[in-house]
Ligand binder design. Structure first.
Ligand code: AMP
Length: 293
């Protein structure tokens, strides 16, 4: 696996490998099976695979975990090498944001709800860096996880609005055996918190069961889920039922809705979500992406 740290060298490599379709998997490292599932999909669908690792400072708020974010780079390199990734793009913050950097790429409506309300700088930082990664790597396809559903939808919007020639693939959330969505941040959980953490996924099961039983009023669904989660969490940012495409809150459940939760177990912020149809049946994470891309 080749390691590239400079944007110009990355662009040159892409030029030289121009005959192949390139699949990009953008990550912040501390890789787990969720990331690797994206790499494997890219491996299957693309002639060349580039994975990027960049802990992007501009998508962290001043009180967030930028400093403590795990950076096990030797382990990450080994994992990507084993997955036969062609290039690890591993730029420094200086390379991505040289002195005088002044540009921001910001998607409006889709970033206003859900995590956008609680992480005001997050999405603008994320779209700016993803736009830069697309320009550095020039991929034909880029792979995102449904765990960060809002992120994937925001990137899709940016790609359409700014005509990036990239197909966005959103793939299903990979979970631990007990249902906890895999996340680099799970490493922050202590033993007791780790035992509580799968309750977030169970809360989604509970919401799904309520819908299956015919509950349609989303205020009532939210109240039920809040009561269910309360004993296990230290704080709830949101429990929402939103339209899967425009991410606007739904008052009465019909068609397909996205159930989304952000909460804290101890000091660790966890997010999870699930697409559910009006029969209270799980909709696979890739389904919606397939029908809209
Ligand atoms: P991150 O390193 O957290 O920025 O995540 C990089 C990519 O991996 C994003 O597209 C995430 O949505 C995706 N990802 C993170 N966790 C999971 C998971 N449990 N299952 C599938 N994809 C994931």
């Amino acid at each position: 696996m080749k390691i590239i740290t400079h944007i110009s060298e990355m662009q040159q490599w892409t030029k030289e490998n121009g005959g192949h379709s390139i699949g990009l998997v953008p990550t912040m490292g501390a890789l787990h099976e969720g990331h690797l599932s994206l790499v494997r999909a890219a491996r299957k669908e693309s002639g060349r695979v580039v994975a990027s690792i960049f802990v992007n400072p501009t998508q962290f708020g001043p009180k967030e975990d930028l400093k403590n974010y795990p950076r096990p780079i030797a382990r990450d390199r080994k994992l990507l090498d084993e997955e036969k990734v062609d290039v690890l793009f591993y730029p420094s913050a200086r390379e991505m944001y040289p002195d005088g950097f002044q540009t921001e790429v910001r998607v409006k409506g889709l970033t206003e709800g859900l995590c956008g309300k609680f992480r005001p700088v997050h999405f603008a930082g994320m779209t700016t860096v993803v736009a830069k990664l697309f320009n550095a790597v020039l991929p034909a396809k880029a792979y995102f996880g449904a765990k960060d559903y809002q992120q994937a939808m925001v990137v899709k919007r940016m790609v359409r609005d700014l005509n990036f020639p990239v197909e966005i693939r959103m793939l299903e959330t990979v979970r631990e055996r007990d249902g906890l969505a895999m996340s680099s941040r799970n490493a922050y959980l202590n033993r007791m918190e780790r035992i509580k953490a799968p309750m977030v996924n169970l809360a989604l099961d509970y919401a799904e069961a309520l819908i299956r039983q015919g509950l349609r009023d989303t205020d009532q669904i939210q109240t039920e889920i809040r009561g269910f989660l309360k004993p296990f969490v230290s704080k709830i940012d949101y429990i929402e039922v939103v339209h899967p495409e425009n991410l606007m809150p739904i008052r009465r459940f019909q068609g397909t809705g996205l159930l989304a939760i952000a909460c804290y177990i101890g000091a660790t912020r966890l997010i999870d979500n699930r697409l559910v149809n009006q029969h209270g049946t799980k909709v696979p994470g890739t389904y919606y992406a397939k029908t809209t891309s």
